[in-house]
Ligand binder design. Structure first.
Ligand code: AMP
Length: 396
């Protein structure tokens, strides 16, 4: 019982959603951006209202204070104690966390200790956790790991073909990410496929700023495109996805601006993908706008992006030996009708075809033609709801 906050803390942002539980009613949601920079942007949405303001928020702790005061101002709570649960998205759980976990100081230290597995995310997730522990020490605090859903991967999928000691002594293996999203949309898919999850083979495509695909058999993740870190797999907004690892020392030897492997990894994480190739933006809408104005780099970035996703879908048809449905979710997966069309068209040999009308209308559910052997589903992801549910399970 009570109200639960689902939190997704980034390095300079804090995204939140307030639920009345166990009813699962969304009472409000919001975003604090540009934490630590001048002119932080604060948005609170509740009951058809949108409040936006700009003030300087220096730290995550200040952001949490601001959020809690806003909840009071907008009469979403009368007292801080009404928030009985806080769930935190944590990107990497490594081999330490195979399921959602009650946060203690030891758990927090462990989350920090595996920051190398998600250098863009885990330190920020930990800052969010610390800020809430300070302000709401009595609330049930739960870490929900993006990697947890992928702990069912078989060894042949999670091991890399490198000497065994690097797995045994250094824990180098595929962990994957976006697990909460892949799990949610695969479970939702049963509503459209009239089969229990145990009987389904699904290819889930989470295509947003981060992009990952999963092969899901009987409700369990059996392969996924992200790897040891979320840098692996397909091309993304700012991340390269897979490249030949020999490129890394070659770049250091030949580009005087790059001094270490870490410099290259930073470049592959933050300056590559759509941004690196288009030289315009990491945001798909900006890339498409430039492309329509005749920008060749933007056109190439778009082509590469679609190509990499198609290849992973094809891989997962092999991993699963066929599939009942391909599922699109996240910013581009849910909204990009051109991207869906370009991904699916040209792969019709695999037995699926998009209904242009349904695709363009942007409807949720099956957008494949009636004679398509494989269904094509658009399912909005809801990672926050999964987080709130996991917190609820710990409150009982
Ligand atoms: P996410 O990380 O899930 O918030 O997704 C962000 C990505 O979705 C950005 O690249 C956006 O440009 C993209 N996106 C959002 N809406 C649309 C749309 N209507 N068409 C194409 N891409 C979109």
């Amino acid at each position: 019982m009570g109200k639960t906050l689902a939190i997704n803390a980034g390095s300079s942002s804090l995204k939140w959603q307030l639920y009345a539980m166990p009813e699962e009613t969304v009472l409000a949601k919001g975003l604090i951006e540009r934490i630590g920079l001048k002119n932080s942007a604060i948005t609170v949405k509740y009951a058809q209202q949108v409040d936006k303001k700009v003030i300087d928020i220096h730290t995550h702790t200040e952001a949490v204070k601001q959020l809690m005061n806003d909840l009071k101002t907008f009469k979403l709570i009368d007292d801080f104690n009404e928030i009985t649960g806080v769930g935190h998205r944590v990107v990497a759980g490594g081999e330490l966390f195979k399921e959602s976990t009650l946060i203690t100081s030891e758990v927090l230290q462990q989350i920090k200790s595996i920051s190398n597995l998600a250098p863009l995310h885990n330190p920020a997730n930990a800052q969010g956790i610390e800020a809430f522990l300070e302000l709401l020490p009595e609330a049930t605090a739960v870490a929900v790991f993006d990697t947890a859903f992928h702990t069912t991967l078989p060894e042949k999928a999670y091991r890399y073909p490198i000497p065994n000691k690097y797995y045994h002594d250094y824990n180098i293996r595929k962990y994957g990410a976006h697990g909460t999203s892949h799990m949610y949309v695969s479970q939702e898919a049963t509503k459209y496929l009239n089969k229990p999850i145990e009987d389904l083979k699904l290819i889930t495509c989470h295509i947003g700023n981060g992009v990952s695909l999963s092969a899901i058999k009987g409700g369990k993740s059996v392969d996924t495109s992200m790897g040891f870190t979320p840098l692996a797999g397909v091309m993304m907004g700012t991340r390269s996805g897979e490249i030949d690892p020999s490129i890394i020392p070659y770049m250091i030897e030949n580009d005087p601006e790059l001094h270490s492997a870490q410099d290259v990894i930073d470049l592959l994480n933050t300056k590559s993908g759509l941004l690196g190739v288009s030289e315009i933006s990491s945001d798909m809408r900006d890339v498409q706008n430039s492309e329509s104005e005749g920008n060749k780099n933007a056109a190439l970035a778009y082509e590469l992006f679609i190509d990499r996703i198609q290849k992973y879908i094809a891989q997962y048809f092999a991993v699963l030996n066929g599939a009942d449905a391909v599922i699109f979710t996240a910013g581009i997966g849910e909204n990009g009708c051109r991207e869906r069309e370009d991904i699916i068209n040209g792969m019709d040999w695999f037995g699926f075809k998009i209904d242009d009308e349904k695709n363009k209308r942007g409807c949720v559910g099956n957008i494949a033609t009636a004679d398509s052997k494989v269904k094509v589903l658009v399912i909005p992801t809801d990672e926050e709801l999964v987080i709130a549910r996991d917190v609820e399970a710990f409150k009982k």
